[in-house]
Design a protein around this ligand. Structure first.
Ligand SMILES: [Zn+2]
Length: 116
């Protein structure tokens, strides 16, 4: 993506951008993942995190045609957000796990107090 890309329909120069995913934690750049989607109880989908790539999408300013590429970096050299979104999901899973552990400890203490 280091040189200008021409629209295949009307031959205007394409603009670099990305498609938005609206999530519970805000807006994120779409990502590409290999293979079939596999459901995950905690995360929605199981991911091969080292194979996830951010999707850069080019738009034709004249006709609106969109063309997407899954590449490690955007044309401007800006680091992609693909890793940070999966890291955020991992952090959420850890926090949920810690919350469950704290709840179990609390229930244990309550049970011990009532048993006396
Ligand atoms: Zn066009």
């Amino acid at each position: 993506m280091s040189k200008a890309v021409e629209c295949i329909r009307c031959h205007a120069q394409m603009e670099v951008g990305y498609l938005l995913d609206a999530t519970h934690s805000g807006y994120q750049q779409q990502n590409w993942s290999p293979g079939e989607p596999k459901p995950s109880f905690w995360m929605g989908l199981k991911l091969a995190k080292d194979q996830v790539l951010p999707v850069t999408t080019l738009k034709c300013p004249r006709c609106g045609y969109l063309e997407s590429y899954a590449i490690p970096q955007s044309q401007d050299g800006v680091l992609a957000s693909g890793r940070s979104s999966s890291q955020r999901q991992s952090l959420a899973a850890v926090l949920i796990g810690l919350g469950l552990v704290a709840l179990m400890i609390l229930l244990g203490v309550v049970f011990l107090i009532r048993a006396k």
